[in-house]
Design a protein around this ligand. Structure first.
Ligand code: ADP
Ligand code: MG
Length: 691
């Protein structure tokens, strides 16, 4: 290695890496020296404590330590195939190893040398036989000392490649790039007894034992969590430095009238508490940035509405963004009903508006008249300009990318921002993805709710289910029936919405059966939703377009067909569509799960109605990206850290990170840390400033 390596040097600069091998490494995601150093083993083999040959199982992949008794190259009948056969012994048992087309092997594995072998074991003619095993010489035929006994096994190709990769990694560690500095402040590293970076990387590849490996891993995981928390702390710091927010008036005339004359129920204690948190945060000139969590049906909408009224009372505009048009229209309907008596204009801005209507609304919004705007992604288009936006609500935030809330907030002049999520997100994820926000939680349901009973059925035509539905409808209840796909497909044997709609229409000729999916025009969807909410339609067959937010209090039955196809939080959301009024809801999860994971999900749903518990399970089953829609931004794509296993470490990292940023907001005393945070997360989190 003649060149001085930097972390960004391409692996091609390494000795022995030509174009072919560089291409192979690229397939493992390795382009640079840093990538190579962070290509950690998938597993390790402990070749020091190999099992006796006699205990090997035919058909398994196993390792064993044995001496070479004899080795020879044998001709085969096929001319271009050469075969090397070795006779092995561990002192009490004999075994055999064969390799195809491995030139020169007999010159390395000399008789008398001791090696560990790893590979597929079969039984051939009374002998146990390794076929094409990997091996590592432990002692030469002269008894010279061997190499390490714990050997890393990398992801990717098995075979000689592993050995080559091991050497490559080991050499690269030997000339560790000088610019890959340890970003952890020394005082934190020392206080926590964390291994320095270079040592940790080396020990991850070549640990001498489990404890050393665990310490190395912990250090690297801590670093990842810490860097993210520092970035979030910097973001939060940025919010605190902004003093250009507009103080909102609470308990103004609109809010007072709404609470006294319009609101049909008393607030729950949780709702009251959250409102006082919002009032405290938004009545000053530092813009609020708050996350509101609350399980499905806990009553987040009305809290958001009161926040928006505070903006209107203060002479400003407020906006609420929902992930689907159906939900935006429902919010619009509800807000219009509630606010018509108060004379606050409520506008709807969604993709399907006729362009003339759209122009009108855009003009009114741009004029700055106090109003409330409800919409979808359509709100964050360039052409949308708000004249005096002071309050921003993002509903069902987990359905949006992390940065979309920023795009909407960017429409205002330092507005107060409230993001809401109904999928309760496990605390570890909340701290990672929303760690820059203040948290509020609604942790009780409105009084009088009866928990929804969930059952698993194998057969959608189960007569018991049909009888149950008929009975519910006779009592005035309404039924959601959700299928995974719209149309028949040859590839997936799943029940399509269209077919189920026909079947149910035939089965219940005296009832009106509606259909709802993404291919139906928005106007028709709106009509169908209204008919379902109003009771003209009593069974609504749909895709998951009904998943989030819909609120029809007469709906009492949710049937989910091929339920194992859906994610846990999706199922929880779907179930949350029923049991929202004072009558009990029932949820039927139908299907024959073919995988353990599918069975596990249904099992969790049948045994728990607690959104937080379900979210924890979801995190374990699916991983973080899927839950929060953050995959594309990669914020939680940790190389080492694991939000399930490392929850304690996360809390520690958060505490250290926030206290560090408090004491040194510009990280001027920690240039290496600052550089690394901006390098890894500056763009992803849109951190202000440069490294
Ligand atoms: P989510 O938190 O899932 O968005 P919603 O805001 O849609 O829930 O509220 C669910 C239902 O509960 C709505 O019909 C709403 O009007 C009703 N609700 C909200 N708060 C209360 C309350 N304090 N008492 C009674 N009903 C309430
Ligand atoms: Mg909601």
């Amino acid at each position: 290695m003649t060149e001085v390596l930097t972390r960004d040097s391409p692996v091609r600069f390494l000795k022995g890496v030509g174009p072919a091998r560089a291409a192979r490494l690229l397939r493992l995601g390795v382009q640079t020296i840093e990538d190579l150093l962070y290509l950690f083993p998938r597993r390790y083999e402990n070749r020091g404590v190999a099992a006796p040959l006699a205990s090997l199982q035919a058909g398994s992949f196993s390792s064993a330590v044995a001496s070479v008794v004899a080795i020879e190259r044998k001709p085969t009948r096929k001319r271009n195939l050469s075969l090397v056969t070795a006779l092995l012994s561990d002192g009490s048992t004999l075994a055999q190893a064969v390799w195809f087309n491995r030139r020169g092997l007999e010159k390395i594995l000399l008789p008398g040398s001791k090696a560990s072998f790893f590979g597929k074991v079969d039984r051939r003619g009374g002998f146990l036989q390794f076929t094409n095993p990997e091996f590592e010489i432990i002692a030469g035929e002269d008894g010279s000392p061997g190499q390490r006994t714990i050997v890393p096994v990398y992801p990717g190709t098995e075979g000689i490649y592993q050995k080559w990769l091991r050497r490559l990694v080991s050499e690269t560690i030997g000339s560790f790039p000088g610019d890959l500095t340890d970003p952890l402040p020394e005082f934190i590293r020392e206080a926590k007894g964390l291994t320095p970076l270079e040592t940790a990387i080396s020990q991850m590849h070549f640990p001498t034992g489990r404890e050393e490996w665990a310490r190395a891993r912990k250090r690297l995981a801590f670093e990842e969590l810490f860097l993210l928390q520092v970035a979030l702390a910097i973001r939060k710091q940025g919010y605190m430095e902004d003093t250009e927010g507009k103080p909102l008036t609470w308990k103004g005339p609109l809010m007072e009238r709404f609470l006294a004359e319009v609101l049909p129920f008393p607030m729950t204690g949780s709702q009251e508490r959250v409102l006082s948190e919002l009032a405290r945060d938004s009545s000053g000139n530092i813009p609020m940035n708050r996350l509101l969590q609350g399980d499905v049906g806990s009553g987040k909408t009305v809290v958001a509405l009161i926040f928006l009224l505070a903006a209107a009372d203060s002479g400003f505009q407020g906006v609420i963004m929902a992930p689907t048009e159906i939900l935006a229209r429902q919010h619009h309907r509800r807000l219009t009903d509630w606010l018509s008596a108060l004379g606050v204009p409520v506008h709807l801005l969604v993709g399907s508006l006729p362009s003339s209507r759209r122009e009108e609304i855009l003009e009114e919004i741009a004029s700055g008249e106090p109003c409330i705007v409800v919409g979808t992604h359509a709100l964050i288009q360039k052409t949308v300009r708000f004249g005096s936006l002071a309050a921003v609500v993002v509903d069902e935030q987990h359905r949006f990318g992390v940065l979309q809330r920023g795009a909407l907030a960017g429409k205002g002049d330092h507005p107060h921002v409230l993001v809401m999520t109904a999928t309760p997100i496990p605390r570890t994820l909340t701290l990672s993805v929303f760690g820059d926000l203040a948290f509020s939680v609604i942790d009780e349901l409105p009084p009088g709710r009866i928990p929804t009973v969930t059952r698993h059925l194998h057969d959608p035509d189960d007569p018991r289910l049909m009888k149950f539905i008929a009975k519910e409808m006779a009592r005035g209840g309404r039924v959601y029936w959700v299928c995974p796909v719209i149309e028949e497909s040859e590839k997936l044997p799943l029940m399509p919405v269209i077919r189920r709609h026909e079947i149910l229409a035939e089965r219940f000729p005296e009832e009106k059966v509606g259909i709802l999916h993404g291919q139906i025009s928005p106007e028709e969807r709106e009509e169908t939703m209204e008919a379902f909410a109003g009771g003209d339609i009593s069974i609504l067959v749909s895709t998951t377009v009904v998943e989030v937010g819909l609120d029809v209090s007469e709906a009492t039955v949710m049937v989910v067909e091929d339920a194992h196809r859906f994610g846990l939080s999706q199922l929880h959301q779907l179930r949350g569509r029923v049991g929202r009024g004072s009558s009990a809801g029932s949820c039927f999860l139908v299907g024959r799960p073919g995988t353990d994971e599918g069975r596990a999900r249904i099992e969790v749903m049948c045994s728990s109605s607690d959104g937080f518990r379900i979210a924890e399970k979801d995190l374990i089953l699916r991983g973080p990206g899927e839950i929060c829609g953050v995959r594309q931004h990669g914020i939680t794509d940790f190389r080492i850290a694991d939000l399930v296993k490392d929850r304690r470490l996360l809390e520690e990292a958060r505490e250290d990170a926030f206290s560090l940023v408090r004491s040194d907001p510009s990280l001027s005393g920690f240039p290496d840390l600052r550089r690394e945070v901006f390098r890894k997360l500056g763009a992803k989190l849109r951190l202000a400033g440069t490294a």
